[in-house]
Design a protein. Structure first.
Length: 74
């Protein structure tokens, strides 16, 4: 167990714990973003190859297709 000597040290410990919590949350957000980008990449690669990806880019918010209404082969 940590032995805290002063209120200043206690404040530093609390700030470090809060910073750690925020970094964990940010890592989760970034992992979600990576997953989303990988899914977009798979759809775009399939479209480039002409695989006839079912659906459309509409299903991936944030893509150019989502913004302008481009549909892929189904």
């Amino acid at each position: 167990m940590l032995k805290v000597q002063s209120s200043n040290e206690m404040l530093q410990v609390v700030q470090a714990l809060l910073a750690q919590k925020l970094l964990r949350e940010e890592c989760g957000v970034l992992q979600d973003r990576v997953h989303h980008l990988e899914a977009q990449n798979a759809v775009l690669q399939a479209a480039r190859r002409g695989d006839g990806v079912p659906g459309s880019l509409h299903s991936l918010p944030g893509t150019l297709g989502h913004q302008v209404g481009i549909r892929l082969k189904t």
